[in-house]
Design a protein around this ligand. Structure first.
Ligand code: BGC
Length: 382
């Protein structure tokens, strides 16, 4: 029996086979996977949670609803592992409207102007769920679907391979799109996310992950003291509905210059038209060194805990969103609420509204091609 079937056996027989799992699997495998029941959706679908855990104090919980990361714990400089992502405690809360906490985003991450785009002369209309624009794949996007799961072991790492078939016409997008998202946890405290997709008709794809981080581990604190680096000389400026103007703008001498480490809060309240439009940072940066493929894109450092997170990606862009629209209404896991700017997202992606911008890198996927995108979040202490 190989590792894979051993894990599935321990998982499917959870409870009465607990000893088998604890002894055989944890002895042989460095990163373990534990499956549990998370809840049942309003439609009666069962939702499971998978806990991936390494031996360096890092663990991540992912549910099959929306592929949502419900928890991610990493050590601080004293070696104490704490929660560093915003999240809720029940499935019901994830099923209520919320700003995509921890979720997989698709078929198109970020905004599409006027919820319309054309391919080969045919116009497709999406649901307008953000003013007149479409945001994050529509109201029933990938963040609200049930993903099938396969557990994979490779070397010391353990992975969850999520699969979803987005049907032709779903949320207005053309083509049957088969999507795989593989979350891998390594023994080096890195969470790797691999996105893959194929289609049977020309369509558009832009997948991302929408986890909100607060590396302090204290959700009563804002993220304004987090020091950010973004390896980008330009941003994608937006109009007042957060749709790109079509031109790129240099970050030099603006609050958007994160080429050298700078606290999020340092210039966030400066008089700047772009900051005004986003209520803070809510912009896509045009990453440098795109020709290199998978490379360093950004980092975040929280000085008190000592936690450093480095983001690497194959994508041309990264959206820094500083939780500007959090307004103290959503509940934390312990009875408080998430106030404005208590979390930030670093969403790797193609630029917003690419399907309507002829000068942006294409997001079109054709039959016979494979969409592939990779992002990793590496945690360490500085
Ligand atoms: C967008 C924000 C939006 C947030 C939550 C981010 O990716 O850029 O404008 O408010 O998602 O919905």
């Amino acid at each position: 029996m190989n590792f894979l079937s051993l894990i599935s056996l321990s998982v499917s027989c959870k409870g009465n086979q607990k000893d088998l799992k604890d002894t055989k699997i944890s002895k042989n495998n460095i990163v373990t996977i534990e499956k549990s029941i998370y809840g049942t959706t309003a439609k009666g679908e069962k939702v499971e949670s998978y806990l991936l855990k390494n031996q360096k104090g890092m663990e991540v919980s992912i549910i099959t609803y929306g592929g949502i990361i419900t928890s991610l714990k990493v050590p601080n400089k004293k070696g104490i592992s704490e929660e560093v992502v915003l999240g809720f405690s029940t499935l019901e809360q994830y099923m209520e409207p919320h700003p995509y906490f921890g979720a997989l985003i698709g078929r198109y991450g970020n905004r599409i102007a006027n919820a319309k785009f054309s391919l080969d002369g045919k116009t497709y209309t999406l649901a307008a769920n953000n003013g007149n624009n479409s945001l994050h794949g529509g109201p029933e996007g990938f963040h609200r679907v049930i993903w099938a799961v396969e557990e994979v072991k490779e070397g010391e790492a353990a992975s969850l391979k999520l699969k979803y078939l987005s049907k032709d016409g779903e949320e207005g997008f053309p083509g049957n799109l088969t999507v795989y998202v593989t979350y891998s946890l390594t023994q080096e405290n890195t969470l790797d996310v691999l996105y893959e997709a194929t289609t049977d008709q020309k369509t558009i794809v832009n997948l991302t992950q929408h986890t909100y981080f607060n590396l302090s581990g204290d959700f009563s604190k804002t993220v304004l003291d987090h020091e950010i680096v973004i390896d980008a000389d330009q941003i994608v400026p937006v109009d007042d509905t957060l749709i790109p103007t079509g031109k790129f703008e240099s970050v030099a001498n603006t609050p958007f210059d994160f080429r050298k480490s700078k606290a999020i809060g340092k210039e966030i309240n400066e008089a700047n038209e772009q900051l005004k439009r986003g209520l803070g940072y809510d912009h896509c940066w045009v990453l440098n060194h795109q020709e290199k493929g998978f490379r360093f894109a950004a980092s975040a450092y929280e000085p008190i805990s000592g936690r450093l997170m480095e983001v690497r990606t194959t994508e041309p862009g990264i959206q820094l969103y500083t939780g500007n629209f959090l307004d103290g209404t959503l509940p934390t896991r312990n009875g408080n609420t998430y106030a404005q700017r208590t979390g930030f997202c670093l969403e790797t992606q193609h630029y917003p509204d690419s399907p309507n911008q002829k000068d942006f890198p294409t997001t079109v996927l054709k039959p016979g091609e494979k969409y592939q995108s990779q992002t990793s979040f590496a945690f360490s202490i500085k």
